[in-house]
Write a protein that binds this ligand. Sequence first.
Ligand SMILES: *Cc1c(COP(=O)(O)O)cnc(C)c1O
Length: 377
Amino acid sequence: MKKIQMVDLVSQYEKIKPQVQSSIAEIMDKAQFINGPAVKEFASSLEDYLDVKHVIPCGNGTDALQIAMMALGLKPGDEVITPSYTYIATTEVIGLLRLKPVFVDCDEQTFNISLGAIEKAITPNTKAIVPVHLYGQSCDMEGIMELAEKHNLYVIEDNAQAIGSDYTFGDGTKKKTGGIGHIGCTSFFPSKNLGCYGDGGAISTNDDDLAAQLRMVANHGQSKRYHHDRIGCNSRLDTIQAAVLNIKLRFLDDYIAARRNAADYYDKFFSNLEHISIPHRADNTKHVFHQYTLQLSDDIDRDGLVAFLKEKEVPAMIYYPIPAHRQKMFDDLQTDCGELTTTNWLTSRVFSLPMHTELEEDQLAYICESVKTYLES
Ligand SMILES: *Cc1c(COP(=O)(O)O)cnc(C)c1O
């Protein structure tokens, strides 16, 4: 059996190595490191894939979120509703821009931001909602878009974990995540479902005016050469990374299928076990399994399980052990969000198993048996 890894990027690379190497060699030969043709080509291919009018590539997923909030002209003190149960980047940029993060609880089944909790948190100062499609499935976007429309709020989707996922509205319309809110943000960090070989990110929108602002903010607030109309930043996708992404985007649906196969295998095994619950799959979204995250019942020692798996050379991770609302970084921002009972409970009970495109059946069987051995000991 091949050594089990949380994410196996080497085996995935082996399968596309000649294409990647020749694309990178071409860029090296022409020294087209910044804004080379591969960047435009990728933006256009991703527009097609997501079915959106504009994709603006940028330096990473965190920048994408920051640029989105800057482009919307949000002002210090404006309230932005966000889940606490997410990767820190989502909430950190809210604080960085001196906006006020309003942390709300998540749904206990999907782990995604709770619609009811959003509604309760809306005040006259609320300007935006940032739903995070956690672990790879869409939030309740129909409900979120309705609330946003009713209260005149912007919706910025954090699609870093869910590129390729979709959401089906009540009337049967289906849209890809990242193309539903006013702005979508994603990351091409190597371990993401569509990952490059360094840092990368992108912002998407269907709004022409917003697209112009997003482009400006990502490029020093520049409207035309040496005319800087607003404060921006410098955030670009390297040509080499765009070239890698041009190749990998063609395989994204295959990659997703491989992840879903692994998830099916895990589901089948763990659904018959006690003390553990498999990830819930909501009906109106396609889960693309950025993570495969299980919940343990109270009688199981989670740290003990992770340590036991480590001994068996099965990597396991806890995403995320400390929710955003309990992070020290927000101490000086007044974030009176109450208890967030589901978030607190989940962060103490979840754990994630290896999930990537190259998992083999003997590895999956070994992982499952190892978990079972601990649960039954
Ligand atoms: C990875 C991730 C980000 C940040 O992306 P980077 O490219 O690492 O900056 C933001 N939000 C979520 C939910 C993520 O998983």
